[in-house]
Design a protein around this ligand. Sequence first.
Ligand code: CMP
Length: 139
Amino acid sequence: MATNRTFTMLKPDSIEKGNIGAILEKINASGFRIVAMKMTQMSTTEAETFYAVHSERPFFGELVEYMTRGPIVAAILEKENAVEDFRALIGATNPADAAEGTLRKLYAASMGENAVHGSDSDENAQIESNFHFSGREQF
Ligand code: CMP
């Protein structure tokens, strides 16, 4: 069943470049309501767990190093058709392939450092939200 929530992280490169405000502005302007949010830094073990599905991929070590090198902003977003609409807003994994106006086209440097995460399914949105937020942090 489709839900109306998705999970996002503004990745360390977005925080390093001072892009938190600009990205949140775009997210709000695109009709998403923030129902949970925090700045946090993942430990190596947490990043390995979060990205366990990619553990056999050649870029796994690089991915974990990148995602733990500094703080992230984690958030849960609400909107009708949230998962699909947010993936459209962030654009393709590789910013070189991302459509004009998408967050990755605007703010991402490369396939590895691609600025923003968006859940790929309703099921993962729920798992990822609960990974980062307790029940009383979700509004
Ligand atoms: P995301 O789709 O949010 O989650 C998985 C991440 O793995 C992806 O963003 C990229 O940051 C990273 N990733 C995916 N493919 C590659 C690749 N070919 N090389 C390096 N990093 C990648």
